[in-house]
Write a protein of this length. Sequence first.
Length: 227
Amino acid sequence: MLIKDWMATAVLTVDANTSVMRATRTMKENNIRRLPVLSHGKLVGIVTDRDLKDASPSSTSNMDLHEMYYLLSEMKIKDVMTDKCICLREDDTLEKAALVMLKEKISGVMILDAEDNLVGLLSETDILRGFVHATGIQDGAHQYVIDMPDAPGSVTKALDIMRNYGARVLSILTSFEDAPRHMKRVAIRILIDDDKLVPMEKEIRDLKQYDIIFHNKDDLHNLPSKR
């Protein structure tokens, strides 16, 4: 999955010479926590609500309100922004973005095109949307987790059996760390008629060294909600 298919392309930005006061107002009005900073159309930094808060005079200072507003109107974003931007390319993958965000402990990255123009923002939510779409869980599919030999063609054997029972394969995920030695753990989501589950499972279990360790169909009704 490519970043360009999941990133947000409607990006609010701020010029490096914009005042701190104006940038603060933009964030509040649009309920956002960060703004990419541009200079002559190119990305030069990022400013967060934390940066702006740290730059603002403390409420306990001796500065009167008029002086405070004057200071904020004169202070420029380029004076308070972070110039070390973590960026990726629009043709990078969502998986790479997830790895970067996890490693750097950040909730979003800025996305550039081949000419280093800012073309989007990618957030944790965008990555989750992509992951949900790729797994097929939203279609009410059955998931099988199967330990099988770590050998060429082992996944194909299981898939051939599933397809012989009319299954439509939605996603396949493979892990080696969780599986026994010389095995791999494969999670497969399929759409299939319920009356074909038992004979299909039996045929898979009859394969040498194939172990169905989990089967489930997620209940998507009455999902937990804050409301």
